[in-house]
Design a protein. Structure first.
Length: 713
């Protein structure tokens, strides 16, 4: 029988109040048409504008950056106007003349002639009978013209209608619709029987019922689902979109504040345009409305290092420093200062009190990052000492002052279940850890119970070490099923409904049951060996046949031999690399997008002569010899069937035990305590008939928590 001995009198560490948070990145169209409640796609008509500095490959529908990174670009204005179409004789075209303002690169010219112009929204516009919708547009026409704006069915049935008289230069025209029917596939339509040409500079359609009733607000159902996780903080705005793949596509705070029709658009490296309507102000407003802390991530002077990086010069680094300073001042300065006044103009005279954390870059590393981290950290810490600063790499190893390190993990469920002790031996006087992005991804793309169990096992290890691993956030948060770039994602939605994957409910259980102290506990469990398999391959990917091979190494090249290579690549990769580089030998396990250092680094150089290497790899252990000397002899950590963590809630006088069964069978488990307990206990269980069970639109509650009571024996 499996057992857990719980020592309630052995208080080990206090729980971290910031342990469970949120990370939002605009990926899978999580912003416009998602959390940001805008219902019209391409509302500023600039979705097809080629990003500055990039060239367009017409044959392959790609944009290519100056450094050579390519990205899909299938909405180019040369081939149509995204989300807009003209029917029944109407004509539309884009123009770069006479746009609404300097940040609007295009306007839409319409010649109706008795025809109609439609916007399809994000795969249809959802309307509900009796619900109200705010609409406005900036339009101009040289002569007087009557234009009707409508919500209609796909076949033209009118649900709501308003008529405007348009004349002269740009004016803002606004109305409120009330739909007389429910339709999840509605359209927005403009109609006129005039032959005059109308120019639209910007349009917008929002449900009136947004989260907290904000006019430029969030989709209520999605925001409320986030709050059910009881988050402590929100990390924003990314993610890779902070870095971009060119200087121009890097995130800039100043482009995301002010009237939405004056904000610059932003081409994301996830291959679509954002209007920046969900901007810095809106993130902070959500944090205030939700009563959670804010973590702002800024670009530290480089583009994404995994996408043909561009390292910015001093001039541009200074530009991003100033942009970051202005962002912080916008959030925190009094209303009688320059940036505080801008915040007040945008409807929030008092400072936002939620900003607490500043992250320097995203997923950046190496010498180039260290230089930039040091520059930003020293200057920002001196100017704004009240904030906690987060590094994206272990910069303390380079001798740099480091408060927090952000670590990311994307791998298979076994990786997480096998790493429950990853943080057990942290230096208690060293840096704090923020596990800023993690998810079981390999083999569980749709979000399964199996993935949630692996993550849960990993989190029991984090909870046992939350004196040093102070914060975590799952990633990504959202997936629009009609625009998928990454899977799995915690919350899945279309234009009118949503559901959560099992990982969401697992995290909800963990966040709702925190306690005040971690107490002592001993888990007695069986374990499974990690039976690895695969080929030996050389650094260039060549499969090594037989028991021996030879290769040449010139100059200061590193030596890399791969074993237990399953032949999968990218996000599905799973292999072990033995590496000799810079005088150090190490073994690294690459699983998904995660790199796990398997055993301690060993000093080792490659002499300028013939060398003999021997690797013996057998199921869960390996021995590596170099020139007759064993330098690595390691057995992989086993996968425990049962993992657990135990906390005490002093206010309710409760013992909270979180238990994960990662095995493929039911087990009998005995819990024993060092003190007298109540006769009954409440159990919340997340399980299903199959570890591959998942939720869906058709069956959103296949894997959800269930509460029961049991009698103590």
């Amino acid at each position: 029988m499996y057992s857990i001995e719980i020592k309630t009198k052995e208080k080990q560490i206090p729980t971290s109040p910031s342990l469970y948070g949120l990370f939002f990145e605009d990926i899978n169209r999580a912003g416009d048409g998602g959390l940001y409640a805008e219902l019209l796609q391409n509302r500023a008509f600039d979705d097809g504008v080629i990003p500055e500095g990039c060239r367009y490959d017409t044959e392959n529908k790609l944009i290519i950056s100056p450094t050579g990174w390519s990205s899909s670009f299938d909405c180019c204005e040369l081939e149509g106007i995204a989300a807009w179409k003209a029917i029944n004789g109407a004509e539309i075209r884009l123009t770069d003349k006479g746009t609404l303002n300097a940040n609007r690169k295009r306007a839409l010219q319409i010649k109706f002639g008795g025809g109609t112009v439609l916007n399809d929204g994000f795969m249809g516009i959802p309307v509900e009978s009796g619900k109200k919708y705010r609409f406005y547009m900036f339009a101009k026409c040289e002569k007087d013209i009557s234009v009707s704006v409508m919500l209609t069915s796909e076949n033209g049935k009118v649900y709501a209608k308003h008529r405007f008289e348009i004349n002269g230069e740009y004016n803002k025209y606004e109305c409120e619709f009330e739909s007389n029917a429910s339709d999840h596939n509605a359209r927005f339509a403009l109609f006129s029987d005039s032959n005059e040409t109308v120019t639209l500079g910007f349009v917008s359609l929002f449900p009136r019922d947004t989260f907290c009733g904000r006019e430029n607000g969030l989709r209520k159902s999605l925001a409320e689902r986030l709050l059910k996780l009881k988050p402590a903080f929100l990390r924003f705005p990314g993610g890779c979109i902070v870095e971009g793949f060119t200087k121009e596509t890097a995130f800039r705070f100043k482009d995301t504040i002010g009237p939405v029709w004056e904000r610059k658009p932003h081409w994301l490296l996830w291959s679509y345009m954002t209007t920046n309507g969900l901007g810095f102000h809106e993130y902070l407003q959500f944090c205030e409305d939700a009563n959670i802390d804010a973590m702002y991530v800024f670009n530290c002077g480089m583009t994404c290092q995994g996408r043909c990086p561009d390292y910015f010069d001093k001039k541009h680094i200074e530009e991003f420093y100033e942009d970051t300073v202005h962002a912080i001042l916008y959030a925190t300065a009094p209303a009688d200062t320059e940036w505080g006044a801008k915040r007040a103009e945008n409807g929030h005279p008092e400072p936002f009190l939620q900003l607490k954390y500043i992250e320097i870059g995203n997923e950046n590393w190496g010498v180039e990052y260290n230089k930039r981290y040091e520059y930003f950290y020293k200057k920002l810490k001196a100017k704004f000492p009240q904030f906690t600063y987060i590094s994206t790499d272990h910069t303390e190893k380079a001798g740099l002052t480091t408060e927090f390190v952000d670590e990311h993990f994307y791998a298979d469920p076994i990786f997480f279940a096998a790493n429950t002790k990853l943080y057990d031996n942290l230096d208690r006087q060293g840096v704090n850890i923020y596990c800023g992005e993690y998810a079981a991804t390999v083999g569980v793309k749709q979000g399964t119970l199996y993935g949630a169990l692996g993550e849960a096992a990993f989190l029991t290890g984090i909870e046992r070490n939350q004196d040093k691993v102070r914060m975590t956030s799952y990633a990504p948060l959202f997936k629009n099923v009609d625009y998928v770039s990454w899977e799995p994602d915690m919350i899945v939605f279309n234009n009118h409904e949503d559901y959560a994957i099992p990982s969401y409910y697992m995290l909800k259980m963990f966040a709702e049951n925190r306690g005040d102290f971690v107490c002592g506990h001993t888990v007695n469990t069986e374990s499974d060996r990690r039976n690895e398999c695969g080929h030996f391959t050389s650094a260039d990917g060549t499969v090594i046949e037989g028991k021996s091979f030879s290769t040449d190494i010139e100059g200061s090249e590193s030596l890399r031999i791969r074993f237990w290579d399953r032949g999968t690549v990218g996000e599905e990769q799973n292999h072990y690399d033995w590496i000799i580089e810079n005088g150090v030998s190490k073994v690294v396990h690459y699983n998904g997008w995660s790199a796990e250092l398997i055993c301690k680094d060993v000093p080792c150089n490659v002499p300028c002569k013939k060398n003999h290497v021997e690797i013996t790899a057998d199921e869960d252990s390996f021995i590596i010899s170099f020139n007759g000397e064993v330098i690595h002899n390691h057995t992989l950590s086993e996968i425990p069937h049962i993992t657990a963590v135990c906390t005490i809630d002093e206010n309710s006088n409760e013992v909270i035990t979180k238990i994960v069964n990662f095995s493929e069978r039911d087990v009998s488990l005995r819990l024993s305590y060092d003190t007298e307990m109540d006769e009954r206990a409440e159990i919340t269980t997340l399980t299903a008939d199959s570890r591959n069970a998942q939720n869906s639109f058709e069956s959103p509650t296949t894997v959800v928590p269930n509460k029961t009571e049991i009698a103590a024996s």
